[in-house]
Design a protein around this ligand. Structure first.
Ligand code: FMN
Length: 223
Protein backbone atom coordinates (compact mmCIF):
# COMPACT_ATOMS: atom_id res chain seq x y z
CA UNK A 1 0.00 0.00 0.00
CA UNK A 2 1.30 3.45 -0.91
CA UNK A 3 1.37 5.77 2.08
CA UNK A 4 1.60 9.52 1.60
CA UNK A 5 4.46 10.55 3.89
CA UNK A 6 4.18 14.29 3.35
CA UNK A 7 2.54 15.89 6.38
CA UNK A 8 -1.13 16.66 5.72
CA UNK A 9 -0.95 20.06 7.38
CA UNK A 10 1.85 22.39 8.36
CA UNK A 11 3.06 23.11 11.85
CA UNK A 12 0.78 26.05 12.62
CA UNK A 13 -2.35 24.27 11.42
CA UNK A 14 -1.36 21.08 13.26
CA UNK A 15 -1.09 23.04 16.51
CA UNK A 16 -4.35 24.88 15.89
CA UNK A 17 -6.34 21.84 14.76
CA UNK A 18 -5.15 19.38 17.43
CA UNK A 19 -7.86 18.43 19.92
CA UNK A 20 -7.82 15.82 22.66
CA UNK A 21 -9.98 13.23 20.89
CA UNK A 22 -12.51 11.43 23.07
CA UNK A 23 -13.73 8.93 20.47
CA UNK A 24 -11.77 7.05 17.82
CA UNK A 25 -12.58 5.15 14.63
CA UNK A 26 -11.25 1.61 14.44
CA UNK A 27 -8.99 2.46 11.44
CA UNK A 28 -5.36 1.57 12.06
CA UNK A 29 -2.47 4.00 11.70
CA UNK A 30 -0.12 3.07 8.81
CA UNK A 31 3.13 1.72 10.24
CA UNK A 32 5.30 4.29 8.44
CA UNK A 33 3.30 7.13 9.96
CA UNK A 34 3.45 5.60 13.43
CA UNK A 35 7.19 5.16 13.00
CA UNK A 36 7.52 8.82 12.02
CA UNK A 37 5.45 9.99 15.02
CA UNK A 38 7.73 8.04 17.37
CA UNK A 39 10.93 8.98 15.55
CA UNK A 40 10.16 12.71 15.53
CA UNK A 41 8.75 12.58 19.07
CA UNK A 42 12.05 11.38 20.47
CA UNK A 43 13.85 14.30 18.84
CA UNK A 44 12.63 16.30 21.85
CA UNK A 45 15.32 17.95 23.99
CA UNK A 46 16.35 16.57 27.38
CA UNK A 47 18.66 17.65 30.17
CA UNK A 48 22.23 16.56 29.27
CA UNK A 49 20.58 14.65 26.39
CA UNK A 50 19.80 11.84 28.87
CA UNK A 51 16.54 10.95 27.05
CA UNK A 52 14.64 9.35 29.95
CA UNK A 53 11.41 8.79 27.99
CA UNK A 54 10.25 5.23 27.38
CA UNK A 55 7.10 4.21 25.50
CA UNK A 56 5.11 0.99 25.56
CA UNK A 57 3.05 0.67 22.39
CA UNK A 58 -0.23 -1.07 23.19
CA UNK A 59 -2.22 -2.18 20.14
CA UNK A 60 -3.64 -5.62 20.91
CA UNK A 61 -7.29 -5.34 21.90
CA UNK A 62 -6.91 -7.50 25.00
CA UNK A 63 -4.06 -5.32 26.24
CA UNK A 64 -5.94 -2.11 25.47
CA UNK A 65 -8.87 -3.44 27.51
CA UNK A 66 -6.48 -4.28 30.33
CA UNK A 67 -5.12 -0.74 30.15
CA UNK A 68 -8.64 0.69 30.01
CA UNK A 69 -9.38 -1.02 33.32
CA UNK A 70 -6.45 0.90 34.83
CA UNK A 71 -7.69 4.15 33.26
CA UNK A 72 -11.13 4.62 34.78
CA UNK A 73 -12.60 2.81 31.79
CA UNK A 74 -11.98 5.78 29.49
CA UNK A 75 -13.38 4.86 26.10
CA UNK A 76 -10.46 6.32 24.11
CA UNK A 77 -8.17 3.67 25.59
CA UNK A 78 -10.29 0.83 24.27
CA UNK A 79 -11.14 2.50 20.93
CA UNK A 80 -7.90 4.04 19.69
CA UNK A 81 -5.86 1.67 17.49
CA UNK A 82 -2.74 2.51 19.48
CA UNK A 83 -2.22 3.71 23.03
CA UNK A 84 1.24 4.62 24.24
CA UNK A 85 2.08 4.19 27.90
CA UNK A 86 4.48 7.10 28.24
CA UNK A 87 7.08 6.54 30.92
CA UNK A 88 10.22 8.11 32.29
CA UNK A 89 13.16 6.08 33.55
CA UNK A 90 14.81 7.53 36.67
CA UNK A 91 17.89 5.31 36.13
CA UNK A 92 19.19 7.36 33.20
CA UNK A 93 21.42 9.36 35.54
CA UNK A 94 23.57 6.28 36.12
CA UNK A 95 27.13 5.91 34.84
CA UNK A 96 26.19 3.46 32.08
CA UNK A 97 23.67 5.81 30.53
CA UNK A 98 26.01 8.79 30.82
CA UNK A 99 28.62 6.73 28.95
CA UNK A 100 26.03 5.85 26.28
CA UNK A 101 25.12 9.51 25.79
CA UNK A 102 28.80 10.43 25.49
CA UNK A 103 29.28 7.62 22.95
CA UNK A 104 26.26 8.81 20.98
CA UNK A 105 27.69 12.33 20.93
CA UNK A 106 31.00 10.93 19.67
CA UNK A 107 29.24 9.02 16.90
CA UNK A 108 27.55 12.24 15.88
CA UNK A 109 30.80 14.18 15.92
CA UNK A 110 29.78 16.65 18.62
CA UNK A 111 31.50 15.27 21.74
CA UNK A 112 34.77 16.72 22.98
CA UNK A 113 36.89 15.29 25.80
CA UNK A 114 36.23 18.33 27.94
CA UNK A 115 32.46 18.09 27.48
CA UNK A 116 32.55 14.36 28.22
CA UNK A 117 34.45 15.06 31.44
CA UNK A 118 32.03 17.82 32.31
CA UNK A 119 29.13 15.37 31.89
CA UNK A 120 30.83 12.69 34.00
CA UNK A 121 31.31 15.10 36.89
CA UNK A 122 28.27 17.39 36.61
CA UNK A 123 25.49 14.89 36.08
CA UNK A 124 25.96 12.92 39.34
CA UNK A 125 26.23 16.23 41.20
CA UNK A 126 23.09 17.56 39.54
CA UNK A 127 21.11 14.50 40.56
CA UNK A 128 22.44 14.65 44.11
CA UNK A 129 21.52 18.30 44.63
CA UNK A 130 18.72 18.55 42.01
CA UNK A 131 18.32 22.33 42.37
CA UNK A 132 15.58 22.61 39.76
CA UNK A 133 13.23 19.79 40.68
CA UNK A 134 11.77 18.32 43.85
CA UNK A 135 11.48 14.67 42.97
CA UNK A 136 12.93 12.41 40.31
CA UNK A 137 9.39 11.76 39.12
CA UNK A 138 8.98 15.48 38.42
CA UNK A 139 12.21 15.28 36.42
CA UNK A 140 11.15 12.25 34.36
CA UNK A 141 7.70 13.74 33.75
CA UNK A 142 9.22 17.04 32.61
CA UNK A 143 11.06 15.24 29.85
CA UNK A 144 8.56 12.60 28.87
CA UNK A 145 5.84 15.19 28.38
CA UNK A 146 8.04 17.13 25.95
CA UNK A 147 8.37 14.06 23.75
CA UNK A 148 4.61 13.48 24.06
CA UNK A 149 3.94 17.08 22.98
CA UNK A 150 6.17 16.60 19.93
CA UNK A 151 4.29 13.39 19.10
CA UNK A 152 0.85 14.98 19.31
CA UNK A 153 1.82 17.76 16.92
CA UNK A 154 3.62 15.46 14.50
CA UNK A 155 0.65 13.08 14.61
CA UNK A 156 -1.78 15.88 13.77
CA UNK A 157 0.43 17.00 10.91
CA UNK A 158 -0.12 13.51 9.43
CA UNK A 159 -3.88 13.69 10.13
CA UNK A 160 -3.61 11.45 13.21
CA UNK A 161 -5.54 12.52 16.30
CA UNK A 162 -4.47 11.97 19.88
CA UNK A 163 -5.58 12.18 23.47
CA UNK A 164 -3.10 12.65 26.32
CA UNK A 165 -4.40 11.17 29.57
CA UNK A 166 -3.59 11.45 33.23
CA UNK A 167 -6.76 9.59 34.19
CA UNK A 168 -5.19 6.26 35.19
CA UNK A 169 -3.97 4.53 38.33
CA UNK A 170 -0.22 4.42 38.08
CA UNK A 171 0.28 1.42 40.39
CA UNK A 172 -2.20 -0.61 38.37
CA UNK A 173 -0.60 0.30 35.02
CA UNK A 174 2.84 -0.56 36.38
CA UNK A 175 1.75 -3.93 37.64
CA UNK A 176 -0.27 -4.85 34.54
CA UNK A 177 2.52 -3.94 32.09
CA UNK A 178 5.61 -5.09 34.05
CA UNK A 179 6.97 -1.57 34.48
CA UNK A 180 10.00 -1.49 36.81
CA UNK A 181 9.85 0.38 40.10
CA UNK A 182 12.38 2.97 38.87
CA UNK A 183 10.20 3.88 35.90
CA UNK A 184 7.40 6.45 36.27
CA UNK A 185 4.22 6.43 34.22
CA UNK A 186 3.83 9.98 32.99
CA UNK A 187 0.70 9.74 30.86
CA UNK A 188 -1.15 7.64 28.32
CA UNK A 189 -1.37 8.81 24.72
CA UNK A 190 -4.17 7.47 22.55
CA UNK A 191 -3.44 7.77 18.81
CA UNK A 192 -5.78 7.22 15.87
CA UNK A 193 -8.52 8.92 13.87
CA UNK A 194 -11.11 10.90 15.81
CA UNK A 195 -14.73 9.86 15.52
CA UNK A 196 -17.96 11.81 16.10
CA UNK A 197 -18.78 13.62 18.27
CA UNK A 198 -15.61 15.62 17.58
CA UNK A 199 -14.28 17.50 20.56
CA UNK A 200 -14.72 21.25 20.30
CA UNK A 201 -12.08 23.86 21.06
CA UNK A 202 -12.43 24.99 24.65
CA UNK A 203 -10.40 28.18 24.17
CA UNK A 204 -7.21 29.42 25.80
CA UNK A 205 -6.62 32.31 28.17
CA UNK A 206 -5.07 35.34 26.46
CA UNK A 207 -1.28 35.58 26.62
CA UNK A 208 -1.41 38.64 28.85
CA UNK A 209 -3.10 36.46 31.47
CA UNK A 210 -0.45 33.74 31.46
CA UNK A 211 2.72 35.62 30.53
CA UNK A 212 4.46 38.27 32.60
CA UNK A 213 7.07 40.92 31.97
CA UNK A 214 10.43 40.56 33.71
CA UNK A 215 9.02 39.26 37.01
CA UNK A 216 6.07 37.15 38.04
CA UNK A 217 2.80 39.07 38.10
CA UNK A 218 4.10 42.08 36.16
CA UNK A 219 1.89 43.08 33.21
CA UNK A 220 3.00 41.44 30.01
CA UNK A 221 4.31 43.49 27.12
CA UNK A 222 6.59 42.56 24.24
CA UNK A 223 8.74 45.65 24.19
C1 FMN B 1 -1.51 15.99 31.11
C2 FMN B 1 -2.88 15.88 30.51
C3 FMN B 1 -3.75 14.95 31.02
C4 FMN B 1 -5.00 14.78 30.45
N1 FMN B 1 -5.81 13.77 30.89
C5 FMN B 1 -6.95 13.49 30.21
C6 FMN B 1 -7.71 12.34 30.52
O1 FMN B 1 -7.37 11.55 31.40
N2 FMN B 1 -8.82 12.10 29.81
C7 FMN B 1 -9.24 12.93 28.80
O2 FMN B 1 -10.24 12.63 28.18
N3 FMN B 1 -8.52 14.02 28.47
C8 FMN B 1 -7.39 14.32 29.14
N4 FMN B 1 -6.64 15.39 28.77
C9 FMN B 1 -7.09 16.25 27.68
C10 FMN B 1 -7.57 17.61 28.20
O3 FMN B 1 -8.84 17.47 28.79
C11 FMN B 1 -7.60 18.57 27.02
O4 FMN B 1 -6.30 18.70 26.52
C12 FMN B 1 -8.12 19.95 27.42
O5 FMN B 1 -9.48 19.88 27.76
C13 FMN B 1 -7.97 20.95 26.30
O6 FMN B 1 -8.59 20.46 25.14
P1 FMN B 1 -7.82 20.34 23.75
O7 FMN B 1 -6.55 19.60 24.02
O8 FMN B 1 -8.76 19.57 22.87
O9 FMN B 1 -7.60 21.72 23.27
C14 FMN B 1 -5.41 15.61 29.36
C15 FMN B 1 -4.52 16.56 28.88
C16 FMN B 1 -3.26 16.69 29.44
C17 FMN B 1 -2.29 17.68 28.85
Amino acid sequence: MFVEMQPHVGLIEAIKQRRAARAFKSDGIPEVILQEILQLGIQAPSGFNLQPWRFILVAEQANKEKLQQCAFNQRQVGEAPVVLICCGDRRVSNKENIASVIHLGEENGMMTDSYANYMRSSIPEFFTNHPSFGTMEAWTNRHTMLAVAHMMIVAKSFGVDSCPMEGFVSTQVKEAFQIPEAVDVCCLLALGYADEPLKQYGGRFPIDQVCFHESYGESFKLS
